[in-house]
Design a protein around this ligand. Structure first.
Ligand SMILES: Cc1ncc(COP(=O)(O)O)c(C=O)c1O
Length: 416
């Protein structure tokens, strides 16, 4: 079989694909594995119940069933849902948006693939543009998304050491240089994998930088603002004509329906819709229909504030406390948990790399994600990138406690 360059890049094996297969195989071989490796949201009974009711209402009559399952959405996506979302964003945050600033996608991963490749890659004149990540580590799912090679550039963060074995990354604004080859700047907020939440000031500074260089700022809000709002401190959603905000219903508990949302200038939305209809023909109707219902009386805000956010905040705090106990005395630190659904562990001076640690933990029945692959676009000699692990705390608390105890034991052995 002879593949194109596209075929080789997208149809071939990638390091991450192999890691995911390895995780999957380990789970198949031993279903009792302590799973702290995935990106699945937790099962939250109150949310499941609510979604069940909303879906039942949507499937209640032959007409509503037909609307949901029997027709393609238009290229722009269902108009009523776009209008309702625009009016919510206008009312809640004062953004100057209409339904023409909104598009639906089959998941935000899919939206991201299209958006990144609209702004980075080969330009019409043959020159190349890159996507700049102003703070790495960043979401693993970006790593292979570019149609061209040499797709990403990145700036290393500054590291603030905090008390109680914690630390925090900040955007290194002094080092952040945007050259003429930069096609767009992108961040996830809250950040997967670190649980960092860029401050409003950091986002304002990035918006100003993007305005000065006339490139878009792409903010991936899969965990955040305004929904599912898995943010534990103060942070406000930010948008302007030069900002492209990607949202998702996945981390609300609905990854199976593949519901992504793009909020952007009308010109960007038009380009996105054209590309989306080539790649996907149409987006799923289920996400917009559910979203419409959840926007009613701002139900989505109430659910996020009273169910989703407290759930993850409590889990993060409990898991952090366990890690602090198990790692006491070791040169390990946890990134301050500010949002998202993970904890990020930094083992300074670790004598083995994080892949080896991953293998040792797997052999002990604990699955985590080694940190290396999240360091997209940085130079290989930064030791820090081989010293980190991403831990999910979506599993049951007793399972997490057992996993953290084994992580502590293996780290003590590794440092001996
Ligand atoms: C930061 C981030 N962005 C985007 C996605 C993609 O989410 P989805 O395609 O389910 O909307 C994920 C999934 O884990 C994520 O962590």
């Amino acid at each position: 079989m002879k593949l194109t360059a596209f075929g080789e890049k997208f149809g071939g094996r990638s390091g991450i694909g192999e890691l995911m297969d390895d995780l999957g195989q380990a789970l198949r071989e031993n279903p009792e594995m302590i799973f702290m490796g995935g990106g699945n949201p937790a099962r939250i009974a109150a949310l499941e119940q609510r979604f069940e009711e909303e879906l039942e209402a949507l499937l209640g009559s032959p007409d509503s069933r037909h609307q949901l399952l029997g027709i393609y959405q238009s290229k722009q996506g269902e108009r009523a849902a776009r209008r309702e979302l625009a009016s919510y964003l206008k009312r809640r945050f004062g953004w100057a948006v209409s339904e023409r600033n909104i598009s639906f996608a089959n998941g935000s991963q899919n939206a991201c693939f299209i958006l990144y490749n609209l702004f980075a890659g080969e330009m019409a004149d043959g020159s190349q543009r890159t996507l700049h990540l102003p703070l790495v580590p960043e979401y693993l799912g970006y790593r292979d998304i570019g149609l061209s090679r040499q797709f990403f550039t990145a700036t290393k963060p500054t590291i603030e050491l905090l008390g109680q074995q914690q630390f925090k990354y900040h955007v290194d604004l002094a080092a952040l240089a945007v050259g003429p080859a930069c096609g767009a700047i992108s961040v996830s907020r809250p950040t997967n994998p670190t649980a960092n939440v860029l401050s409003d000031d950091e986002v304002d500074a990035l918006q100003a930088l993007c305005a000065a260089h006339n490139v878009p700022l792409i903010v991936d809000g899969a965990y955040g603002l305004p929904f599912p709002n898995i943010v534990f401190g103060e942070a406000t959603p930010r948008w302007n004509e030069q900002t492209i905000l990607m949202l998702s219903l996945s981390k609300l508990g609905l990854p199976g329906i593949r519901a992504g949302i793009v909020v952007a200038s009308e010109a960007v939305i038009e380009a996105f819709n054209n590309a989306n209809s080539i790649v996907n023909l149409a987006s799923s109707t289920v996400g917009p229909a559910l979203l419409s219902q959840l926007l009613n009386n701002d139900t989505i805000d109430t659910l996020c504030q009273t169910v989703v956010q407290p759930f993850y905040r409590d889990r993060a705090a409990a898991t952090l406390a366990l890690l602090q106990r198990e790692l006491a005395g070791l040169p390990c630190r946890v990134h301050k948990p500010e949002g998202a659904i993970f904890l990020w562990l930094w083992c300074d001076g670790l004598p083995i790399d994080s892949y080896q640690l991953y293998q040792r933990l797997k052999a002990r029945g604990v699955l985590v994600v080694p940190g290396e692959d999240f360091f997209i676009g940085v130079e290989p000699d930064w030791q820090h990138q081989r010293q980190c692990l991403r831990l999910s705390y979506a599993a049951e608390p007793a399972v997490i406690a057992a996993g953290v105890a084994i992580i502590g034991e293996e780290l003590r052995r590794a440092y001996q």
